[in-house]
Design a protein. Structure first.
Length: 302
């Protein structure tokens, strides 16, 4: 065994490496690279493939910070703790010219929505800070093909219904009506479709807290398929398009003891993707994304 065991282990390692795939999770740079505790982390890649993370930075009075991995180290992007006040529900995205934007609930502006971008030197406001009429939670950020930023959120100024706003270069404007969802909307998640139509998924309090998806066709908001299409309550909702432009929703599924389920819209109905309730146990903080070949991946608190 003294001689055979190393041989077996080396053989196993060789087979894994020769497959061309890396089956091991590895730290990118140092573990615990932020200066202090971090919450509301949001991950995005620039066009060069560098990972960036935005987060609420407890080492900077709970303000927003963004760090990137430069190939060797995690470094700050601009000033650490750059927001004017506490930043909650941070959401990071890059526009078409590779500028990072961060949307967040802004403690310096009565918990309204604020968006900031990095101009290469400083983080600057996109439009006015605190542009929503009231508290904004479940904030998410996306861009259309023209590079216009959109922000969806749960709108406390409109009975906690879903609201979508976009920046036209000068001002933040409503996309359709403010509070467009018929009832309160939790776990708001945003996606911009292949034809630049915005889609918003949410837990629909007007439909037994099941998941619903609505889209804006340029004139009005309407449901995509039936309202409340999940079999039971849906929490921790994440919405994304596959590379072919099909909408998918991942969520924690009440009918499966709050395990993870994924559904997609085939043009007529919402259908299960694989077996519903596929995770081993109940889940939270769902995040759905696709690889370039169109395979869906789901990350979650397990």
């Amino acid at each position: 065994m003294i001689f055979l065991l190393p041989t077996v282990i080396l053989g196993q390692q060789s087979r894994v490496q020769s497959s061309g795939l890396d089956y091991l999770w590895k730290f990118i740079g140092n573990a615990g690279f932020s200066a202090d505790s971090a919450e509301y982390t949001s991950l995005a890649f620039n066009q060069s493939g560098e990972p960036h993370v935005a987060y609420q930075d407890f080492g900077s009075l709970s303000k927003a910070s963004v760090m990137k991995f430069d190939g060797t180290n995690w470094v700050n992007v601009g000033l650490q703790g750059f927001s004017a006040g506490m930043a909650v529900h941070t959401c990071l995205a890059f526009n078409q010219t590779d500028q990072p934007y961060v949307a967040f609930m802004d403690g310096a502006n009565a918990n309204k929505a604020t968006v900031m971008k990095f101009d290469g030197t400083n983080w600057v406001n996109v439009g006015i800070a605190g542009f929503s009429i009231s508290t904004a939670k479940d904030i998410c950020l996306a861009f259309n093909s023209s590079g216009e930023p959109y922000v969806a959120y749960r709108d406390y100024g409109n009975s906690q219904k879903a609201t979508l706003m976009k920046f036209n270069g000068n001002d933040w404007m409503y996309v359709g009506s403010a509070g467009f969802s018929p009832s309160s909307a939790y776990y708001v998640s945003l996606g911009i479709g292949p034809t630049d139509e915005p889609f918003v998924a949410f837990q629909d309090y007007g439909n037994s807290q099941k998941a619903s998806v609505m889209r804006f066709d340029g004139t009005s908001w309407s449901y995509v398929g039936p309202a409340g299409f999940t079999p039971g309550k849906a929490i921790s909702i994440s919405f994304a398009f596959n590379p072919s432009g099909e909408p998918y929703v991942a969520f924690s599924d009440e009918t499966k003891s709050y395990r993870s389920s994924v559904m997609k819209f085939d043009g007529f109905n919402w259908l299960n993707v694989g077996e519903p309730g596929f995770s081993e146990g109940l889940i939270d903080y769902t995040s759905l994304a696709f690889n370039p070949s169109g395979k869906p991946y789901v990350a979650f608190e397990d």
